[in-house]
Design a protein around this ligand. Sequence first.
Ligand code: IMP
Ligand code: MG
Length: 175
Amino acid sequence: MNPEKPAVLFTEEVIRRRVVEMARRISSDYADVEELLLVGILRGCFIFLADLSRLLTVPRSVDFIAVSSYDRTTTSTGAVRLIMDLRTEISGRHVLIVDDIVDTGYTLQYLINALKPRGPASLKTCVFLRKRERFKMDCGIDYLGFDIPDLWVVGYGLDYANQHRTLPYVGSVKP
Ligand code: IMP
Ligand code: MG
């Protein structure tokens, strides 16, 4: 295998079809709410969120939150730190957290714990990829794109050392 070129896992077309399906379900589930607030977790979410948000048919707005990635080579405790908070109040609003991928789920659990006390009307999660075998949290994911094996994946917003984020497909690399 050429180390420069990630091996294709999901083509652009397969991704598109799945995102369309997810957007339909979300639009139908939130059909009766006044407005949905999409909260993207930077930076990996940016392409998935851009595609998903434009396919929704319900009134929606977008905000972002950033967390530090813990050093996974030295830490297994899942210490997560908030490095950029939302700009908007979420009290009384319908919030959907949008992320590119969950591995252990620690990041997502941290954000749920951080946002819940702010009193949103509802708080759900939407994640494009999940590494099923590694997922450790008991919180479910409300909207999931695909389950994947324990590989390092890149493209469609996902990076390896900040490389490959803008690939149109999802591929795997050997770190
Ligand atoms: P978790 O807290 O273990 O669930 O890790 C989640 C975060 O780690 C994701 O939001 C990504 O930023 C990053 N991550 C985990 N696995 C991958 C991968 O295969 N490719 C790119 N980023 C990943
Ligand atoms: Mg992420």
